[in-house]
Design a protein around this ligand. Sequence first.
Ligand code: SF4
Length: 354
Amino acid sequence: MDIIDKLESGERLCEKDALALYDLDIFTLGKYAKRVRERLWGRKVYFNINRHINPTNICKDVCKFCAFSANRKNPHPYKYSKEDVLAIAKDACERGIKEVHIVSAHNEEHDLRWYIDIISEIKKRFPSLHIKALTAAEVHFLSTLGRLSYDETLDKMIEAGVESMPGGGAEIFAEDIRAYICKGKVSSANWLKIHELWHEKGKFSNATMLFGHIEKREDRIDHMLRLRASQDRAAGFNAFIPLVYQRDNNYLKTDNFLGSVEILKTIAISRLVLDNIPHIKAYWATATMNLAMVAQEFGADDLDGTIEKEAIQSAAGAKSADGQSLGDFLDVITTSGFIPVERDSLYNELKVYE
Ligand code: SF4
């Protein structure tokens, strides 16, 4: 059966099929990805109103692609106090923000107890805020630091009020590339194991993939297939988030230049390959707002959120430091022919802007 027949029949795609998708022209590929997206979500596009909080940029790790952590190229270390974080959460809550998204560098002064204290306090003072916190990379770091099993760490997070986990730290699963770009970080197998444990506890999370650096197409497909297999074992990924590599202010030099067509093809392929993950996110902070709008026609049904403050991607060159105003966000979605739907962090629909 050739690849078009498989796309027509909806048969699950294998590694060879997924790679062959890159050889299709972008309009054919887009047509099939859009068909899946519209079968699942029609013309709706999801977003939430969220606030990122990045409590510290002091990190014991040295990922080559990272421009967020304090180092020679970014000589501005900072760490928030608990009061700082609580003040941000209070301000967010008072302005109607529904989710705080807490991710950070691996700072040995901020151990699990530090996060648990803050998260419990946020939950106590602002119970309506959904707390999405701690990537699997952070869970690995904090578990190792505190000599706890992953299971124990995850249980403490749940007890404190963490409701979902972000998808960061996955980078690219291929071990050789991982060893070069983020040696020392959680292994691919453990990243997946942590998410599966989380899902087995009845909780949801997301999954990212950092692409456009030194990886090859084969590595992206391998990454997607490992996620698909993990979701088959222990479902709980709500969204797949392909993150376009930002090249400023870091130590990962590459001659690869990822054009819009390759980005859109990768988003479309993820929609077709990840048949068991409900949402594909066009993360505008790395893809740019304009390309994220086009990505809606190529399988993406989620635009993350207004973000408000973003420190990690903007440090590496993304134009996302101050987020988007809600008005602008709604305008660009509706003028691109889609229906904006404000969602909560678990994809329950809160408001349809028709
Ligand atoms: S990506 Fe995260 S773990 Fe790696 S250096 Fe940056 S802050 Fe540290």
